[in-house]
Design a protein around this ligand. Structure first.
Ligand code: ATP
Ligand code: MG
Length: 342
């Protein structure tokens, strides 16, 4: 193939590609690779363009090999490094280099490591507490009934936190697996909200918060998974109770179906509003990340694991809905879920 024809072929490829001729000069290069290496490199010696020993060695080895040689290549432009896996293969008298961006794969690996680290950290704290109390109960506090009762209560609290964490992780992975399949049961929203609020009664009472439900005249239903939608409402109302103002009110409003821009069609809106301390805007975008908490100390004290809103996001996505958090520090927080009615 003439250099011109080669250039035409590699220009059609989306990945960064380079061809080195028998004279070690660059015979053809495509725009994605020019964007990485920069400059006018055609006809130049490949050492001037590539500079990294691993790739240069791979070219030398590939010349004498019938199988491709793999080498890493790191491009440094400004904020972050991009790591490529370069496949160097002989093609008759030429050598072809194709670059594969490894960033996404490495990010996934990093996410997995972060996730395991987070889970371990969350479990270690209550486990350490439990071990400490078990030791005390077996020793110093063995014959002290008052201390024993107090420690058992704390132990029950820590153990139930671990159970919640495990339950939340399980429901998160279950929802993720099913996310592509839209659920189709007919869910009566008013009834679901009523029963969720009833279930949270003791918690609201303990926090001295009144939960007020506002339902429309019409009976609203959506296609969905009743258990999962109830979990969304539970998580949001529970947050309102936990982070809203003590002695205050959490209002839960279901609106009649209407056309919503956010849904590009007809749907209903469920809003949970509290008059608590609110959330600063730079936190809002991150709240649906797993384990993200504004004030992790405080959230842990109220039994939180930082998974509630991550679960909400996945369930709402599965229902093809939208999820919006609006908040003003010192004023309170409005969390709305929009669900399509068809
Ligand atoms: N209504 C709210 N008012 C103020 N802050 C809130 C509100 N809802 C959530 N947050 C903040 O967002 C964080 C994440 O909420 P999320 O529900 O995901 O986790 P959590 O409540 O800490 O734990 P979990 O829900 O798993 O028990 C909370 O820790 C809290 O800091
Ligand atoms: Mg929560």
């Amino acid at each position: 193939m003439t250099p011109l024809a080669l250039t035409a072929v590699i220009h059609a490829l989306p990945m960064p590609v380079l061809i080195v001729g028998p004279d070690d000069r660059i015979k053809a290069i495509n725009p994605p690779l020019t964007a990485i290496l920069g400059g006018d490199l055609l006809g130049k010696h490949h050492i001037t363009a590539l500079r990294q020993p691993a790739v240069l060695d791979a070219i030398a080895v590939a010349r004498g090999s019938t199988t491709p040689v793999i080498a890493p290549y790191t491009s440094r432009d400004g904020a972050r490094d991009t790591i490529y896996r370069v496949v160097v293969a002989r093609a008759e008298a030429d050598v072809v280099l194709s670059f594969e961006d490894q960033t996404a794969a490495q990010d996934v690996g990093q996410m997995r490591r972060d996730f395991v680290a987070n889970v371990s950290h969350e479990l270690r704290t209550p486990l350490t507490a439990l071990l400490g109390f078990i030791e005390t109960l077996g020793g110093a506090a063995r014959n002290d009934p008052a201390a024993r009762d107090r420690f058992l209560a704390i132990m029950a609290h820590e153990a139930s936190r671990m159970t919640r964490l495990v339950d939340d992780l399980l429901s998160l992975s279950r929802v993720e697996v099913e996310e592509r399949v839209r659920p189709r049961e007919n869910v009566h929203l008013g009834a679901a909200l009523r029963s969720v609020i009833k279930g949270l009664g003791p918690q609201a009472e303990a926090a001295q918060v009144k939960v007020a439900l506002h339902l429309p005249q019409t009976e609203e239903t959506v296609p969905g998974d009743e258990g999962q939608l109830s979990q969304v409402f539970t998580n949001l109302i529970e947050n309102g109770i936990k982070y809203g103002a003590a002695g205050g009110e959490v209002s839960v409003t279901l609106s009649t179906r209407t056309v919503h821009q956010r849904l590009r069609g007809e749907g209903v809106q469920i809003t949970v509003a509290d008059r608590g301390e609110g959330i600063a805007s730079h936190h809002i975008a991150r709240l649906t990340e797993r384990f993200y908490r504004v004030d992790s100390h405080r959230s842990r004290a109220v039994g939180g694991t930082g998974l509630g809103l991550a679960i909400v996001k996945h369930i709402v996505n599965r229902h093809r809905g939208r999820f919006v958090i609006e908040s003003e520090v010192g004023q309170g927080t409005n969390v709305s879920v929009f669900l399509p009615t068809s």
